[in-house]
Design a protein around this ligand. Structure first.
Ligand SMILES: [Zn+2]
Length: 217
């Protein structure tokens, strides 16, 4: 059995979030880059949950309200994200429809669900195994790398639809709500401190767990 190693946090040491240097947290600021030092991000879970709730609230109008208003030869039509995706699908532009579905519907939804689950795990409301927790965190990091694809898709759609003087496109209220979802989920991911997950695992491994097959053990 390997001896338990003392943890940096227990010794009052914190890693800088910007440059990675480990310094005494009593210094308050990193001696190398002057950014703030703290053992864990202050109110990380509370901030993340608040931002996730705001993102979830905006997620509904981002799909129900028109994302763009198209004026074509005097005809005015309003399109939601889902209607635009269906139009591309019906016209045979399957890759564009799939990219729109992934970027605007699936990825924001998965970001909200996985971050909420990680918050629940960090606060002890769910009790995953370390392997499951590690995989979920890896998945959340993977989603984070694709977070800018949402904005990329809006750029593609607008550039595809720009047809000079024959057609005028103006963003609708759905675009504002959608931009809100993208920004809020990014801020929520930045607010979450993953070290809270490993703290929780350390607490669980330190606490004596009763064996259901042998309660006396
Ligand atoms: Zn630093």
């Amino acid at each position: 059995m390997t001896p338990a190693l003392s943890r940096a946090a227990a010794c009052g040491l914190a890693g800088c979030q910007i440059c990675g240097r480990v310094s005494p947290v009593a210094l308050r600021r990193c001696p190398r880059c002057s950014s703030r030092l703290h053992l864990r991000k202050p109110a990380s879970i509370e901030r993340t949950v608040a931002l996730m709730i705001a993102a979830a609230v905006l997620y509904i109008p981002s799909h129900l309200l028109p994302i763009m208003t198209v004026v074509e030869l005097g005809d005015v039509s309003e399109n939601t994200i889902i209607a635009g995706m269906i139009t591309f699908w019906k016209e045979g532009a399957y890759p564009i429809a799939i990219v729109i579905f992934s970027a605007s519907i699936l990825i924001p939804f998965l970001k909200i669900v996985t971050l909420s689950w990680l918050c629940a795990a960090a606060t002890g409301r769910v009790h995953p195994s370390p392997t499951v927790l590690g995989r979920m965190y890896w998945f959340t990091e993977l989603l984070g790398r694709w977070s800018m694809i949402d904005i990329f898709v809006v750029g593609i759609v607008v550039s595809l639809m720009q047809l000079g003087n024959y057609m005028t496109i103006t963003p609708g209220p759905g675009a504002l709500a959608f931009a809100g979802v993208v920004v809020l989920t990014m801020l929520a991911a930045m607010s979450f401190d993953p070290r809270l997950l490993w703290d929780r695992l350390n607490e669980l491994s330190a606490a004596p767990t009763p064996n259901p097959r042998n309660p006396t053990a």
